[in-house]
Design a protein around this ligand. Structure first.
Ligand code: ATP
Ligand code: MG
Length: 373
């Protein structure tokens, strides 16, 4: 049997990047031989094993054939006679389809190294069309490597367009889509992910409300801004969704099955954007600020409020950003109120609620009067 290092590790090493995890392919072995050598089998469907010491993944060389749509349509064939080349041809991009043998020689039947030098993301073969997830992966690698000059080559873009037109993207399950989006949001140029998806029309299926130029460019600008601040996943998704109307935002984050914290921050952000705009243009009162703090439930969700305060400036025009500063100042003034102290002073029930409100308002008004205008 022969063992090869494959995929991302080979690619990243050639690019001079840190190699995070290493994947291996084993040619000429049976599952029994692997188990006899102390490997542990993981996953019932695929012949993939964990090394007894390094815990790295060793997969038996395999081929895949597709019968229907989506994930259930794959049948996997693995046997000692499957060659390395047969295994590599089912991979997504040429730069991900290189291997290194035990002597350290590069095995590169699909010219991944050439594409690496020319900065091209290119599909390995027509088998690319068998898995629509590859569209998302390609967009994600574009987002990761765009700063190094990579782009999706025209032939691959054409293939992806054809897949979208054939309805392939309709079969992706939300969990897989969200997983890719979540990763893409943290790549080096997250906006590129959405640009690629828009170019191949996958975005018309995955988030059609973002497609028109005006929300699209606003979404990408907000995303770029929160990315510069190293925002969390929640903050990044909220920035991306921030140009949308509330209903569309809620429906989309739900359909994507984004985690609840992501859905909630996105919802709060789109509710607060018009509120910030009217704060900026109307006579500002302590009452209106306190109402917003109540709406954000600052009292029980201080961390979510901080996240909101980080996203809003990214999602608002320059002129409306002062309202966020005021909101933040009101929040820090009002959070000093201690319900416990008021209780010790004998307040309870409805009177306690009113006393808390009054004290918060007093402190906000005091802070506002000290605000240089
Ligand atoms: P990363 O740095 O994100 O780990 P990677 O290239 O190692 O990038 P993995 O998701 O770890 O990506 O997958 C390992 C390898 O398996 C890839 O390099 C690619 O060759 C192959 N691969 C993974 N998912 C797919 C897929 N859906 N279709 C085709 N090939 C895939
Ligand atoms: Mg990997």
């Amino acid at each position: 049997m022969q063992t090869y290092l494959v995929g991302g590790a080979v690619r990243d090493e050639l690019l001079g990047l840190d190699v995070k995890d290493r994947d291996w392919v084993v040619v000429g072995a049976t599952p029994k031989e692997m188990l006899d050598r102390g490997f542990k089998q993981v996953g019932a469907d695929f012949p993939v094993f964990l090394h007894p010491e390094t815990r790295e993944e060793y997969a038996l060389a395999r081929t895949e054939r597709k019968h229907g749509h989506g994930y259930h349509g794959f049948s996997v064939y693995s046997a000692p006679d499957v060659t390395l080349e047969e295994d590599l041809i089912r991979r997504d991009l040429t730069i991900n389809a290189m291997a290194r043998d035990e002597q350290g020689e590069l095995v590169d039947p699909f010219h991944g190294q050439r594409d690496l030098v020319n900065r091209k993301l290119r599909h390995v073969s027509e088998a690319f069309t068998e898995d629509p997830l590859r569209i998302l992966r390609t967009a994600r690698f574009a987002a990761r490597f765009q700063p190094m000059g990579f782009e999706v080559c025209e032939e691959t873009m054409a293939l992806m367009r054809a897949m979208v037109a054939d309805g392939e993207v309709d079969h992706l399950v939300p969990e897989r889509v969200w997983q890719e989006i979540q990763r893409a949001l943290h790549e080096r140029e997250p906006g590129t992910f959405f640009e690629v998806l828009r170019d191949c029309k996958a975005l018309d299926v995955l988030a059609p409300e973002l497609v028109p130029e005006s929300p699209f460019s606003a979404a990408l600008a907000a995303l770029r801004c929160i990315h510069r601040q190293q925002g969390s996943t929640e903050e990044r998704l909220a920035a991306l969704m921030s140009p949308l109307p509330e209903d569309a935002c809620n429906a989309r984050t739900k359909a994507l099955k984004a985690p609840n914290d992501c859905q909630n921050l996105a919802r709060l952000t789109v509710v607060f954007i018009p509120a910030m705009k009217s704060l900026a243009s109307n006579q500002l009162t302590g009452e209106s600020l306190l109402a917003l703090l109540d709406a954000a439930d600052l009292w029980r969700r201080p961390e979510r409020f901080s996240a909101l305060i980080r996203v809003l400036p990214c999602s608002l025009p320059e002129t409306d950003r002062t309202a966020v500063t005021l909101l933040e100042r009101a929040a820090s003034a009002a959070s000093g109120v201690s319900p416990k102290t008021l209780m010790e002073h004998g307040f309870k029930g409805k009177a306690l609620g009113e006393a808390i409100h009054a004290e918060r308002l007093k402190r906000i008004n005091r802070a506002l009067s000290q605000t240089p205008s």
